[in-house]
Design a protein around this ligand. Structure first.
Ligand code: ZN
Length: 246
């Protein structure tokens, strides 16, 4: 992987009718996937494109995934529509080295559950409450330049217990006005692929315009960039030993 070539990012969003009217459309006129791609493209190390569920092959074709170093996933109410073939393509690519960032309600997307092997279960409340994000691991590259704590005026509340495997690193923890807490930024490694889950980003709040949130996602893209990608998943038979046997 050449460090001089831009990191190719695909921001995938279901982007169905619910996001094209009301508050989501006012806050993200072209869709939150476009807002995310736009701020990522301000970084010269990144080249970000978008795809949505209504694109051919649900925006998750072999071509798209083969040209993606880091996939960003935002889905909410149409998880069940994602085809098993698309889920397998995404999970296989991650295991072969592609980075993947799951945002907000992607905690119960099929690829997240396939890759973590868990339910992604949590409890939630939509009450426009304040959310305070705490940097739990300031030494992690995803936390670079992020203050010890920052405030989001409105977020959907997500609460522990969170149905995930023990993370490789818990980078952020969030506190909500109603008293709940949540492991809001966690990393996993699956074979060669790096995975980051990040909770902020309810579609009717301006979360993706927040500069700390933008920095976290930008940092996460750079952290999740593939260090190696494998192309062959077979288990080769090796009859010839390297050293003399016996
Ligand atoms: Zn939400």
């Amino acid at each position: 992987m050449n460090a001089d070539t831009p990191i190719k990012v695909t921001v995938w969003n279901e982007y169905t009718d619910e996001q094209k009217k009301g508050a989501p459309a006012q806050i993200y006129p072209e869709g939150l996937h476009k807002t995310i791609a736009d701020f990522l493209n301000k970084d010269k190390e990144i080249s970000a494109g978008v795809s949505i569920i209504t694109d051919p092959e649900q925006g998750l074709s072999e071509d798209i995934l083969n040209n993606t170093d880091v996939l960003i996933w935002w889905g909410h109410i149409y998880h069940h529509l994602i085809s098993d073939q698309a889920v397998k393509r995404v999970a296989d690519r991650v295991q072969m080295g592609m980075g993947c960032i799951f945002l907000h309600s992607a905690h119960q997307s099929k690829p997240f559950m396939a890759l973590t092997g868990t339910s992604g279960r949590l409890s939630w409340r939509e009450a426009e409450e304040r959310c305070r994000v705490w940097t739990a691991n300031p030494a992690h590259p995803i936390a670079a330049g992020i203050p010890e704590t920052f405030l989001l005026d409105q977020e959907e509340m997500y609460s522990e217990p969170f149905g995930i495997p023990e993370p490789q690193s818990t980078v952020f923890i969030s506190w909500f006005q109603g008293g709940n807490v949540f492991r809001s930024g966690v990393t996993f490694l699956r074979e060669y692929g790096r995975i980051f889950y990040f909770q902020p980003g309810h579609e009717s709040y301006p979360t993706y315009h927040n500069e700390n949130v933008q920095r976290v996602i930008t940092n996460a893209v750079k952290w999740a960039r593939p260090l190696a990608r494998v192309t062959n998943r077979n288990c080769p038979r090796v009859d010839e030993p390297l050293e003399r046997l016996g």
